[in-house]
Design a binder for this molecule. Structure first.
Ligand SMILES: N[C@H](CCC[C@H](N)C(=O)O)C(=O)O
Length: 279
């Protein structure tokens, strides 16, 4: 637990899942500390620590923990699959268990450590109604009225998925940034570009809302696999090759399971002087 003295440094962990990297604050047993200003300052890779998302662990009733997610620009995210797997890995190790339940904005989710050591999270059912994603008008979610014929899927956060002949050829900074702010998505959107590379195998690149290009996006991989299946491109069990590694998606009756690697990079401490300079 955190040292309660006002001059005590604030501990954090740096972890990544398939190269999608996180600062993790463990606020169990105390007040939550993250504000938009703290998230944006820490998220800066030059002035802060640098991350794609910040995840803050909190106490929960009826679950092992609760999780809040923040993007590197200081905005909130309703879901983050890879950070969920990283935190689940850390909490399972601490509890000496191979399964945990946790609460996010999406509701109660669960994670398990598989026999091969990889961590799987059940991200819940995909959101396939326009209000839920959310979109700004009622349209066919599998064929949005947007050039390139993308699909929209909610995983607790919005995703816009383009199926393209060659994901490598996409100009991500230009096209991803433009689509992030498209008026069809009133809360902006994460943007995925995927191409079919084999039976039930996709190559995917991502532009994340509030974070830009990242090496992997777990909820984006879930949304892409769901859209690929609904469009008849794949089965319900899909392997996705991302810039930072491979994620396995299994859309089961009880939700979309996402499996992949986790890595604990280092532990650090935020000094009171750094924290004071933020306000
Ligand atoms: N990297 C995360 C998703 C972050 C989503 C965030 N960029 C948003 O604003 O929704 C993942 O593994 O699911």
């Amino acid at each position: 637990m955190r040292d309660a003295r006002p001059d005590a440094p604030l501990p954090f962990m740096k972890m990544h899942g398939a190269g999608n990297d996180f600062v993790i604050l463990d606020s169990r047993g105390r007040e939550a500390v993250t504000t938009p200003a703290l998230a944006a300052a820490l998220g800066d890779r030059h002035r802060g620590v640098g991350f794609d998302q910040l995840a803050e662990i909190r106490d929960a009733e009826g679950a092992d923990f609760a999780l809040d997610f923040w993007n590197s620009d200081g905005s909130r995210a309703g879901a983050c699959g890879n950070a969920s797997r990283c935190v689940a890995d850390h909490v399972m190790a601490g509890l000496g268990r191979d399964n945990v339940t946790f609460v996010t904005e999406r509701g109660r989710l669960s994670a398990v450590r598989r026999a091969d050591g990889l961590v799987s999270v059940n991200m819940g059912a995909p959101i396939l109604d326009w209000c839920g994603v959310p979109l700004s008008e009622e349209v066919d979610l599998m064929h949005l009225p947007v050039a390139g014929d993308p699909a929209a899927v909610g995983m607790g956060n919005p995703h816009c998925v383009f199926f393209v002949p060659d994901a490598e050829a996409v100009d991500l900074p230009r096209d991803g940034a433009a689509m992030e702010r498209h008026p069809l998505f009133p809360k902006a959107t994460n943007v995925e570009y995927a191409s079919v590379t084999g039976p039930d195998r996709l190559r995917m690149r991502v532009w994340e809302r509030g974070a830009g290009i990242t090496l992997a996006c777990g909820s984006g991989a879930c949304a892409t696999a769901v859209a690929a299946h609904l469009r008849g491109l794949t089965g319900r069990h899909v392997t996705l090759d991302l810039d930072g590694g491979t994620l396995e998606i299994d859309w089961r009756a009880d939700g979309v399971w996402m499996t992949g690697p986790t890595a604990h990079v280092f532990d650090g401490w935020l000094t009171p002087a750094f924290l004071a300079a933020l306000v």
